[in-house]
Ligand binder design. Sequence first.
Ligand SMILES: C[N+](C)(C)CCCC[C@H](N)C(=O)O
Ligand SMILES: O=C(O)CCC(=O)C(=O)O
Ligand SMILES: [Fe+2]
Length: 413
Amino acid sequence: MSVMLNRILRPALKQAQLLSAVKNKQPLWRHETLVSASSACDATIRSLEDCLEVNYGGAPMRFNYVWLRDHCRSDASYNSSTNQRNLDTASIDLSIRPDNTTVQDGHLVLIWPGGHVSKYSLSWLAENSYEKNKQSTIQPRILWNSDTYKKANIPSAKWESFMSCDDEVKNFLQNYLLYGIAFVDDVPATVEATEAVTQRVSLIRETTSGRMWCITSDFSRGDIAYCQLVLDRHTDTSYFQEPCGIQVFHCLKHEGTGGRTLLVDGFYAAEKVRQQSPENFELLAKVPIRHEYIEKSENHRNHMTGIGPVLNVYPWNDEMYLIRYNNYDRSVINTVPHDLVRRWYVAHRELTNELRRPENELLVKLTPGKVIFIDNWRVMHGRNSFTGLRQLCGCYLTRDDVLSSARVFGLQA
Ligand SMILES: C[N+](C)(C)CCCC[C@H](N)C(=O)O
Ligand SMILES: O=C(O)CCC(=O)C(=O)O
Ligand SMILES: [Fe+2]
């Protein structure tokens, strides 16, 4: 089986060579020919069968030849003013190899059959190598429990400066990216001001809940959010194929008791599971789970479903990027056989236990003026039961646009 696979991946290797390599347990790459070797003051290059090995400081990096041709940054191949590829990738010969390989002034220079020249700075190659990227995080984060979040003493942004000063928004976004929650204080207690504050950061994502929504416990919609009962920790819109990126809450009025907001860093809890039982983490990251929103009332008819694992992880570096966790909206499990179902419940229980540890629960009373932004892909929210009139307004924001704003400010996101 592995021989078959290798044959497909390395067609140039002779079957006999391959078999003897497998038999002698030699690494297969030994059989690849060292076509040329050139060195510069800071880099060594080796041409292998289907890739170029570049030694430049850290671990050796390997660049496939088609990849190199595809990533040529010459004017003919790439439009650097729009940052878009001109080259038709389908026109590249899949067995292409450069005729000439040199390093000049910190650049790798390749001459391809037909004479096209490609030049890549070594630092660009290092930055964009798989070897580098499998070790880096897309988004640096500080995972927290109640204590560590409080000790970090993160300042809230202030309405006045938030609305007028980009640096205030930048600092706010930095906190938001690191912790998955961030606050703006002194916001006028109106839907309009709440809308204005969110538009400093992103676009509003209109959903079936509305654009800006304002809820009281009036049972106006077919969902338990619209009552006075306790709501356990959860992420919203888990029934969307792409759950909403950001949840914004502003409590405009509360004449009564209770109704504190519960926040839990889902990544903190999930990392605990990863450390304690990697097999449970993997199940939560693999088993597809459906969530559902079914509403049948006079004014609203909806049937949404979203399918995906509870934990979503980038496959090349194992970084977590999205949690779907909503026990209210979780639908029928019918995507895996019974033995996996049993193991999935064990894994889900372990995650739930971590999410429910009292030391992980941050409780905040949202008061008029305090707007909270919650990373709905990471931080769970819930609330205590409450009495009296409570008016909560807010909206969802599109994640892509929040991250884009952050990157435009020069933040890593
Ligand atoms: C009020 N607000 C619009 C925020 C929520 C309504 C949707 C609640 C749903 N159970 C969910 O978790 O997505
Ligand atoms: O009432 C609250 O504080 C939050 C309710 C909730 O979970 C939601 O609206 O998404
Ligand atoms: Fe919610």
